[in-house]
Every structure is written in structure tokens, then in C-alpha cells.
Ligand binder design. Structure first.
Ligand SMILES: [Zn+2]
Length: 347
């Protein structure tokens, strides 16, 4: 290699490094407006005062990363309001614990890993057997043994504007061999299907001559997992007021936040056009971090995790449950939940 070549190579490197350095130095200044200029204009037909227009040129982090709860749920600054939300969260966890049953083909069938659940006295040559569900060995009167399958994994409750619990449901994907039978979505459909039942539930503005409001503006859903796009969409169409969740779901890419931030409020009555997503952390649910951390450690997608995969929940038949973390936390807090409900029953 000649001296001339070496000089040329050095010149080349210096020149290239100079361009690269210059580019990075410019990144925060001169190039930023240039990138900004590439933002396409707001599509026609979108009101320039709409939330979408307000977010149009902002970073994605502002749209997805947060919901301004101080502005939209100012009552959360009141400790008693947060405690009320926590009580419903405890109720939801207690119901999951009470009705959890992984026997998704019902009490009659064949569950080879659940021999401990078999009702005694059956013909051992029979084709099908009856199973009692997970048998609890201690004398926990609030977790009776239960042989009926009500769904599993995620569950939610609906609470009306007076604070009354309207209904409770589990995810039913397995039962219906469907990927859309989620708890929140089922719950919204059920609330509408109850439209002709006369009751005192306060679900929204009454419709003249009808027993039930057309929307669910006064309804809060409490769900054990952050809602997906389907459920956020169904809740939005149903005009559910807010949704409180006990655990983040990384698979939902914070779609609840996106929808709420973009939907805004009804100009007529300022009601929300998509439910306000309230994470358990915003109301100091102590299990919120535990659930998220348990999921992190047990995330099946993290095959080479520093934490080896472990099943948190095991049924009486010693077979790992599919969703481990919620049940794990409920079991951990069983005594506290029991004391809580005993206390409320006495009161
Ligand atoms: Zn869903």
C-alpha cells in the first residue's frame, strides 16, 4: 500500500467520521425540524380541535404512555375514593379465587392429571368421571369446593353508578373455542342483554319509556388484566365510564390509553367516549406490582430469562394452571381477603 493510498484512506475515515459526528450533532437541532416537516398534514374531515388533531404532531409517548388522571378522574385525589376502588378489586380477586376451576369441559369428563378431584365411589371402568374441582384442604369457608366451570383466566365485575355490583364474568375462550370471548366484552354484551330486566341499577341516562339506559356511562368495570383492543372497543361503544385493571398486559400495547386519549369527551354532556383506563397502581392496589413482577418472571416469551420459568399456580392434580400470576397473588392474600369479607359481613 503506498503512502498516497494511506493518506487517502485516512482522509476517507476522517471525512466519514466528520459527517457522522455532524449528523449526530445536528440530530437534536437542524434535522429535527426537517423530520417534523415530513409529518403528513391532518387528513381532511378531522376537526382541528379534536383530540386526534391535538396529538397529530406529538410524540407517540404522549399518546400511549399516559392518561392524565388528575384532569380526568380528579376524585382519585380523595383517599376514600381510592379505597372504594380497592374494595372492588379485592372482591374481584376473591371471586376469582372462589370460582376458579380449570376443568374446562365441565364436571364430567376425563382429566388424567386431576385424579385427586375425582368424586369417590365411581366405577373405575367408566368412560367419564365426575370431578369436584380443586379441593381445598383447609377450612376456608369462603372458598367452597366447586365443580362447575364458569370460565377462567381473566375475570371482571361491573359496578353501577350507585356502587352496586351488577354482574361478574370470566373469560370463556376455551369453552367456546374462540379467541374473542373475553370477560369485559362478554360483560358489556350481558349488561345490554339485561336491558328489559327491571331493576334499580344506575347504568346511564335513562331512556324515556325504557327500563334501562342505552349507554353504560355510569358503569365501572374492574378487570384482572389490562383490556385488549376488542374489549376497549366494545367498552367504548357501550360508553363504559372507566375500567380499573389489576395487571398490565404487554400484548395490548396500551390500546386503552390510546383510545381514551383520542376519543375525548362527548361535547354534549362531557361523558367519556372511551373508558378511562385506571391502572391498579393509580389506586394503590398492593397486588398490582406483585402481579406484574410475577408475570415478568413467568413470561413464557422470555425463554432465556434470568428467572427460570416456574409455574406459580398448580391445581390439586399438580398440573400447572394456564394463568399463574393472578391465582398466585390471590392465594398469597387469601387470609387478608377472608378477614376483609368477614369484617364486612359483621359490619
Ligand atoms: Zn379483551
Amino acid at each position: 500500500m503506498s503512502d498516497r493510498d494511506q493518506i487517502n484512506r485516512r482522509d476517507f475515515i476522517v471525512t466519514t467520521a466528520g459527517v457522522a459526528g455532524g449528523a449526530s450533532a445536528l440530530a437534536g437541532g437542524a434535522i429535527a425540524p426537517a423530520l417534523g416537516q415530513t409529518t403528513p398534514p391532518l387528513p381532511s374531515g378531522i376537526d382541528e380541535h379534536s383530540p386526534l388533531a391535538q396529538y397529530w404532531e406529538k410524540p407517540v409517548a404522549e399518546l400511549v404512555g399516559r392518561v392524565d388522571l388528575k384532569a380526568h378522574v380528579p376524585e382519585l385525589s380523595n383517599e376514600s375514593v381510592k379505597e372504594r376502588h380497592r374494595i372492588y378489586c379485592s372482591l374481584l380477586m376473591a371471586l376469582i379465587q372462589r370460582f376458579w376451576n380449570g376443568n374446562k369441559r365441565g364436571p364430567r369428563g376425563v382429566y388424567p392429571y386431576r385424579v385427586d378431584q375425582k368424586v369417590p365411589g365411581q366405577d373405575p371402568q367408566a368412560k367419564f368421571f365426575r370431578y369436584r374441582g380443586d379441593m381445598i384442604k383447609d377450612e376456608d369457608q369462603f372458598r367452597v369446593n366447586w365443580d362447575r366451570y364458569l370460565g377462567h383466566n381473566i375475570a371482571c365485575i361491573a359496578v353501577d353508578g350507585n356502587g352496586e355490583v351488577i354482574d361478574f364474568d370470566f373469560n370463556h375462550n376455551d369453552f367456546f373455542r374462540s379467541s374473542t370471548e373475553h370477560a369485559e366484552s362478554r360483560m358489556v354484551r350481558r349488561l345490554f342483554s339485561l336491558a328489559d330486566v327491571f331493576d334499580n341499577w344506575r347504568t346511564g341516562e335513562p331512556v324515556p319509556g325504557k327500563s334501562r339506559a342505552f349507554s353504560l356511562q355510569d358503569v365501572t368495570l374492574y378487570t384482572s388484566l389490562e383490556s385488549c383492543a376488542q374489549c376497549s372497543g366494545v367498552m367504548s361503544l357501550g360508553r363504559v365510564r372507566q375500567v380499573v385493571y389489576l395487571q398490565h398486559d404487554p400484548g395490548t400495547y396500551r390500546v386503552g390509553n390510546i383510545m381514551f386519549n383520542l376519543a375525548g369527551r362527548d361535547p354534549a354532556d362531557q361523558s367519556t367516549l372511551s373508558p378511562i383506563p385506571i391502572a391498579g397502581s393509580a389506586i394503590d392496589v398492593p397486588q398490582f406490582n406483585q402481579l406484574n413482577e410475577a408475570y415478568e418472571k413467568d413470561d413464557p416469551r422470555r425463554e432465556k430469562s434470568e428467572h427460570p420459568r416456574s409455574s406459580i399456580f398448580r391445581s390439586a392434580g399438580r398440573r400447572a394452571g394456564r394463568l399463574r400470576s393472578i391465582h398466585h397473588v390471590v392465594l398469597m392474600h387469601r387470609r387478608r381477603l377472608r378477614d376483609f369479607f368477614r369484617g364486612s359481613r359483621r359490619a
